[in-house]
Design a protein. Structure first.
Length: 253
């Protein structure tokens, strides 16, 4: 619910519905506020240290397509999203060539980006994550938070769009990367396409390596039907799906 809609609900409840008992008023008010607030979920702070060295994570890295049963925790999700696109150095200064059609997300990130223009949007598709309802969420790097954009489990529909690859159905959650070429082409013209695609690789490797430190496996999935996936996720016109990465606990040998 947008802020304006919420104010309308509040004004209605407080002023125009005096017939409601105090108790009913409170509970309806509470509900309205909750449904407004529950769209934005603040993630726990990420950790900046681990017992697994970069060398160890690199030597263990493998594409993993089957996962142990069970849920992921919200701290696992927080850590992996931070590794993928977290802000590591805030700056209010806009890049010299910034397409003002887009909101500035305020800082340098864990993965490099041509011109520091950050064309990738990350979506988290939740199936089985403690503390997060099933649904699709957009990652907001600036506040390290999630914004719910769709309710319900979308994994089967994404599995269908991705040639029925079992890792997608099995993953407790999925990360979908969607590129906004216009952010990078505003400065780099035709070269933007290759730059945006390079960035999928950087972000993907960060997810692989951070996953290894947490016992979480993933695989880079590039085989899917673009338009079908875009429809399932209800992506805005200018966001183009470029990769899917399922996340699940690595099975014990
Ligand atoms: C651009 C790209 C697209 C890929 N697409 C798929 C895919 O659709 N499905 C899949 O299971 N693996 C996919 N992979 C993973 C590769 O199969 C995997 O990286 C390769 O077999 C090497 O194994 P490793 O990652 O365990 O070292 C893709 C990897 C890359 C880099």
């Amino acid at each position: 619910m947008k802020k304006m809609d919420l104010s309308f609900v509040l004004i209605f409840l407080i002023g125009v519905a005096p017939g409601l008992s105090g108790f009913a008023n409170e509970s309806i008010l509470e509900k309205a506020t909750q449904s407004f607030e529950s769209k934005i979920i603040q993630l726990p702070n990420p950790c900046y240290e681990s017992e697994t060295s970069v060398e160890k994570a690199l030597s263990m890295r493998r594409s993993i397509r089957t996962y142990a049963e069970g849920s992921l925790s919200i701290s696992d999700i927080s850590q992996i999203l931070w590794a993928a696109q977290g802000i590591t150095k805030k700056t209010e200064k806009l890049p010299t060539k910034w397409n003002t059609k887009y909101e500035w997300q305020g800082g340098y990130r864990t993965a490099p980006s041509a011109g520091a223009l950050y064309p990738m949007e990350l979506y988290l598709v939740v199936g089985n994550v403690e503390g997060l309802a099933k649904g699709v969420y957009k990652y907001i790097p600036q506040s390290h938070s999630l914004k719910k954009v769709i309710d319900g489990d979308k994994r089967t529909e994404i599995y269908d769009a991705a040639l029925k690859q079992s890792s997608i159905k099995e993953g407790a959650a999925l990360i979908v990367m969607a590129g906004v070429y216009e952010r990078t082409s505003f400065k780099y013209g035709e070269r933007a396409e290759r730059y945006v695609h390079m960035e999928v690789g950087f972000i993907g490797e960060n997810i692989y390596l951070q996953g290894m430190t947490l016992g979480i496996g993933t695989v880079m999935i590039g085989a899917f039907k673009d338009e079908q996936l875009k429809k399932v996720l209800d992506l805005p016109e200018d966001e183009h799906p470029l990769a899917i990465m399922p996340l699940g606990k690595i099975p014990k040998e």
